[in-house]
Design a protein around this ligand. Structure first.
Ligand code: HEC
Length: 203
């Protein structure tokens, strides 16, 4: 589906949704008089967040060696062969153009910071979450749990953070130490409205 087709498809969908809103009023929930409460099962299906400590990570595993093949098939077209490439120009019409996923360590405090998974991201677990939640673009949700572990391992390996044969699973992934783990300004819970904010602190 091309960009224009997609654009108009979405618009038509919006019009259709608005037209159907009247019908939805039949099934009203108690609090807002709209829709109905989500079932436990529906909430579970949406609740896929993986926090920094990775305690929500599901069983499964993968290595960079396995990830390399999946990456070549499902990711390289947009992210380049090694992940260090700048996106191909043809992607710019899609709105969000991905920056490199690999490299850039040590550049953050320079005048040309290169923010990648390796140079910028503080936790390996959120890489797992991001890949499962959002990639491949336009086909999110199509990767198996083992594929996500393998792709995470591949990108960590490409960034020189783990070894090629290291097995990533619910136990090992949270233990991976990211280079920029301590590079963020910590949250300041003691801040109260009206107090002056420290430089670089924007909640
Ligand atoms: C059709 C093109 C496309 C494909 C295929 C694709 N991506 Fe992406 N990817 C993107 C775009 C565009 C972004 C930037 C999204 C944004 O910033 O909103 C992105 C962002 C990312 C990021 C976050 C980068 C950052 O630093 O913010 C990761 C990690 C990633 N992709 C991994 C993958 C993996 C792994 C695959 C293969 C399973 C994949 N992508 C397949 C287009 C693609």
């Amino acid at each position: 589906m091309g960009w224009f087709t997609m654009h108009y498809y979405c618009r038509n969908l919006l019009v259709l949704t608005l037209a159907l809103t009247g019908a939805a009023a039949v099934a009203q929930g108690p609090a807002y008089q709209r829709g109905r409460n989500a079932t436990e099962e529906e909430i579970r299906a949406w609740d896929i967040s993986i926090g920094p400590d990775g305690k929500e990570l599901p069983p499964g595993s993968g290595t960079a060696t396995e990830g390399a093949q999946i990456y070549a098939q499902k990711c390289a077209a947009c992210h380049g062969k090694t992940g260090a490439e700048i996106h191909p120009a043809k992607l710019t019409h899609m709105g969000g153009a991905p920056g490199p996923l690999v490299g850039g360590v040590g550049t953050l405090s320079s005048s040309k910071p290169v923010k990648t998974v390796g140079s910028f991201w503080p936790y390996a677990t959120i890489l797992w979450d991001y890949i499962r939640r959002g990639m491949p673009e336009f086909r999110p949700g199509t990767l198996t749990v083992n594929e996500v572990y393998a792709l995470t391992a591949f990108l960590l390996f490409q960034n020189g953070i783990i070894k090629e044969k290291d097995v990533m699973d619910a136990n090992s992934l949270p233990k991976v130490q990211m280079p920029n783990r301590d590079g963020f300004v910590p949250p300041k819970p003691e801040w109260k409205p009206g107090m002056k904010r420290p430089l670089g602190y924007y909640p």
